[in-house]
Design a protein around this ligand. Structure first.
Ligand SMILES: Cc1cc2nc3c(=O)[nH]c(=O)nc-3n(C[C@H](O)[C@H](O)[C@H](O)COP(=O)(O)OP(=O)(O)OC[C@H]3O[C@@H](n4cnc5c(N)ncnc54)[C@H](O)[C@@H]3O)c2cc1C
Ligand SMILES: *[C@@H]1O[C@H](CO)[C@@H](O)[C@H](O)[C@H]1NC(C)=O
Ligand SMILES: *[C@@H]1O[C@H](CO)[C@@H](O)[C@H](O)[C@H]1NC(C)=O
Ligand SMILES: *[C@@H]1O[C@H](CO)[C@@H](O)[C@H](O)[C@H]1NC(C)=O
Ligand SMILES: *[C@@H]1O[C@H](CO)[C@@H](O)[C@H](O)[C@H]1NC(C)=O
Ligand SMILES: *[C@@H]1O[C@H](CO)[C@@H](O)[C@H](O)[C@H]1NC(C)=O
Ligand SMILES: *[C@@H]1O[C@H](CO)[C@@H](O)[C@H](O)[C@H]1NC(C)=O
Ligand SMILES: *[C@@H]1O[C@H](CO)[C@@H](O)[C@H](O)[C@H]1NC(C)=O
Ligand SMILES: *[C@@H]1O[C@H](CO)[C@@H](O)[C@H](O)[C@H]1NC(C)=O
Length: 512
């Protein structure tokens, strides 16, 4: 099935492989398809099948730009039709209809997916944004979430009810988009990753069948959904463990330092975090090398922000070595947990969450910071400022550190998430002006170089690329694990649960 390339109008022509023109779809047996089906027909036919709460539209609709906006314009899925599910059962209906008509489908929630494979998608967007209910169970131990819930709303809602739940750290990110790949976030030290807290999932498989996935029902699929889930189904709702909250505030402390402090900073960071021994309540720290021309325009600055689950007094006790390093800017405070995201510049209105940029990325997983490496990466950035200021202006070299007790407490083979030994998560992100191949090439060269520097700085470790940060050019082992049995198990589960490989647009285990 190919769509015509004239995407500008709503009535896109869809050409099918088989010829049986004119026969209504309900008389046809899958996989026979009509030879021609246009967007108007899809909107009409599918519109009759989905619930009254669902909405459908094509590119000419005023809602289309918002529904198809991407965090990264590097690999943009081509969306012919948007179907916003109104009820969970709509997802099954849409998948079945797409299969009957040889249309590709792709679930969308936050639109942050980054992998290059997304760029090869053409078809129907299954928009999950209205599947947003959160419902705390009577025993207060778990809550059900709609498949379209995003991090910020989960954190705010549960906090207001006296609970917390594991989410990603950026408020804008889809909880399942992150969770299906593992799901790093501020509570992973205390409670594990998002995927570690999944109790059960309602999943629509590639054939449209809706199944319950838990310890006793399709438990093999539960294993796969926790780390490789984007390959296996669409989660329409999920049950997660939640935890009672007894804190009024968390403490945060953010710093900006100049580059001459680099060795002192990374020494202090290694002292604080050891080799996977970060104090459990020193939950999250992010640091980056980036330009801040209000401080200097000849080299990057080093920004770092810490989030502590507890009092200022306890937190500052852990930060004494960092406090002794003279900063050009500092900010700290004690605020409710849902406000921590904005304090660390990861709120929905913060720059990191904004859509519509072309971003070149590369990722790595580390255990301990190598001071030589960090110095080399910093100095290289300084050189690039002199040689290519446009490129340098878009560069952010991000370091993420978490407390990891809850992550390493879970057995590595108990889920598809393969990298429990990676204590720190690295991401190079370079925003480039659109449509300039020269600068894009320079950005790739820089991103790949930084990644190599990180990996060369830990010579005896494997090269890992957290699947949710991967750019999609990495080999499968780097995204899904180096042990041969992992990939074999995932391939066998693909054959069982998605034999037609309908889910192959997000860093796929099997590409075509
Ligand atoms: C600003 C930013 C911050 C981030 N922060 C974190 C973080 O703190 N922790 C972390 O682990 N990762 C983080 N990530 C990575 C993030 O996990 C991935 O980008 C994730 O894929 C985003 O999910 P989404 O719903 O926002 O994006 P989408 O592009 O809508 O979805 C990404 C993929 O997930 C699939 N998907 C989404 N929802 C479902 C569902 N309900 N069922 C089945 N498939 C689904 C989609 O089909 C798509 O292939 C961040 C990314 C960005 C850009
Ligand atoms: C779409 O619009 C809604 C409501 O205005 C907004 O919250 C959301 O961030 C927008 N989504 C995108 C992808 O721009
Ligand atoms: C979810 O739905 C239930 C009723 O089914 C309602 O009580 C609850 O408030 C809803 N939650 C949210 C966050 O909207
Ligand atoms: C798993 O799902 C099945 C089917 O819905 C259900 O009967 C069973 O109670 C569930 N198990 C758990 C632990 O929730
Ligand atoms: C960190 O610990 C791991 C074992 O978990 C070990 O293999 C590695 O060498 C340690 N790294 C450093 C730099 O000490
Ligand atoms: C971490 O914080 C929790 C919640 O406030 C508290 O109960 C626990 O004692 C703290 N743990 C440590 C080691 O400080
Ligand atoms: C740049 O530094 C100034 C302090 O000099 C600070 O107020 C500002 O927030 C910084 N900008 C960014 C984007 O971090
Ligand atoms: C592309 O960007 C470079 C800066 O790296 C600039 O010199 C060049 O003029 C740009 N080319 C175009 C076509 O805009
Ligand atoms: C740090 O990185 C360098 C390469 O840049 C490497 O030679 C050295 O062994 C690394 N140090 C440690 C402790 O791994």
């Amino acid at each position: 099935m190919r769509f015509s390339s004239s995407l500008g109008c709503g009535l896109v022509l869809l050409r099918a492989l088989a010829a049986s023109a004119g026969i209504p779809s309900y008389f046809q047996r899958f996989p026979v398809t009509r030879s021609e089906i246009n967007a108007a027909t899809v909107l009409r036919e599918l519109g009759q099948r989905v619930s009254s709460k669902a909405t459908l539209y094509g590119p000419s609709d005023s809602r289309y730009p918002n529904a198809t906006a991407r965090w990264n314009n590097f690999a943009i899925p081509q969306i012919q039709i948007v179907v916003v599910a109104g009820e969970e059962s709509d997802v099954s209906t849409i998948v079945r209809y797409c299969n009957e008509n040889s249309l590709e489908f792709l679930a969308i929630n936050g639109g942050h997916g980054n992998g290059k494979s997304l760029g090869s998608f053409k078809g129907v967007q299954i928009n999950l944004k209205n599947l947003r209910n959160i419902s705390i169970q009577d025993d207060g131990k778990t809550a059900w979430f709609g498949g379209g819930v995003y991090d910020g709303e989960a954190n705010s809602y549960l906090w207001d009810q006296g609970y917390v739940v594991t989410t990603g750290s950026c408020d804008c990110v889809g909880m399942m988009g992150a969770g299906l790949g593992g799901g790093h976030g501020r509570l992973e030290g205390p409670y594990g990753m998002i995927s570690d807290n999944i109790v059960q999932l309602h999943v629509v498989l590639g054939n449209g069948q809706a199944v319950v996935v838990n310890e006793t029902s399709h438990s093999d699929l539960l294993w796969a959904m926790k780390g490789a889930g984007h390959n296996f189904g669409i989660v329409t709702s999920f049950e997660m463990r939640i935890y009672p909250n007894d804190l009024e505030t968390w403490h945060y402390h953010s710093y900006i330092w100049t580059g001459d402090k680099l060795e002192a900073i990374f020494t202090a960071l290694n002292n604080l975090q050891g080799n996977g021994t970060t104090p459990v309540n020193m939950t999250t720290n992010y640091g980056n090398f980036a330009m801040n021309t209000s401080i200097t325009d000849t080299e990057p600055v080093i920004c770092w922000t810490f989030a502590y689950r507890g009092s200022a007094k306890e937190a500052e006790g852990y930060l004494t070595e960092l406090n002794a390093i003279e900063a050009v800017y500092e900010e700290y405070g004690d605020i409710p947990y849902p406000e921590i995201a904005s304090a660390q510049q990861t709120g929905v209105d913060d720059f990191i969450c904004q859509d519509g940029y072309t971003r070149i990325t590369a990722t790595a997983g580390l255990q301990v910071y190598n001071l030589t490496t960090e110095r080399n990466i910093f100095d290289r950035f300084t050189q690039i400022i002199a040689r290519n200021p446009t490129l340098a202006a878009g560069g952010v070299i991000l370091h993420e550190g978490y407390s990891t007790e809850g992550v390493t407490a879970v057995a590595s083979d108990s889920s598809a998430y393969p990298f429990r030994d990676d204590h720190h998560l690295m991401l190079v992100q370079i925003i480039v002006p659109p449509g300039n191949a020269t600068i894009e090439k320079a950005a790739w060269d820089w991103a790949v170089e930084v990644r190599a520097q990180w990996n060369d700085g830990q010579p005896n470790r494997p090269i890992d690329a957290y699947v949710n940060y991967a750019n999609g050019f990495e080999p499968l082992q780097q995204m899904y694990g180096h042990e041969a049995w992992r990939l074999e198990k995932l391939r066998n589960l693909k054959a069982k649960y998605d034999p037609s490989n309908r889910f192959r647009y997000y860093n796929p285990i099997i590409s075509s």
